[in-house]
Design a protein around this ligand. Sequence first.
Ligand SMILES: [Fe+2]
Length: 249
Amino acid sequence: MTALALVETGIAALLGFGGGIWASPGLRAWRRQEGQCPSPTQALADMEEFYLEMVKTLARAVDSKDSYTHEHSERASVKARRLAARLGVAGTAARYVEYAALLHDIGKIGIDEAILLKPGKLTPEEYEVMKKHPIIGHQILSPVKYLGPVAEMVLYHQEWYNGQGYPEGRKGEEIPIGARIVAVIDAWDAMTSDRPYRKALRRDVAISELRRGAGTQFDPQVVEAFLAIEESLEAEKERRGNGAAPPAP
Ligand SMILES: [Fe+2]
């Protein structure tokens, strides 16, 4: 199955889901077999789990197209969850941020592979094509009512805090907080991963790059929160390297 077909299947499943989780033949059968009538809490938990699985399927479709993004989306969502919590984003809003981190580059599905996988620097024309990925991502996700806030975060994840980003040149708090979170996580991941045209940056270089972008490209509060999380993860890693027991799951 091609990546695009995978996305279409995922979207069709999500759209079909609008009629309610019990419309899903598999789940209906399971419920019949169990002879249960789900409690509202259970139904909600099942629904959320179903959405998360579909979102992960869509994210895998993106990963399959771009070797760099392999595991990138999954890593991004784990960090997004922690960062959202640290910034006081909770409940459904936090879930949307997690989904946006998983799906932020879904629009790359619509970008020519010759550009997407080009080992060298992009020409100005190619860069203009690449810049369409947030809009394509928004077009893919916005028909799914439940994912409306996620589609918006995807649309604005390349905006800059000072208004110099794209696609609309929004600035500061005009950019949804989820998009500001995804922007920082995405940049960190890009800097600390090997790319077709360069090796991963050293951790200290990536930290100073992120700090340099605070207030221009990135929301400074999000940068500080992100670096605090990174620091505690690093300290945890070192402790474990020194024989300390891993933290409880
Ligand atoms: Fe992006």
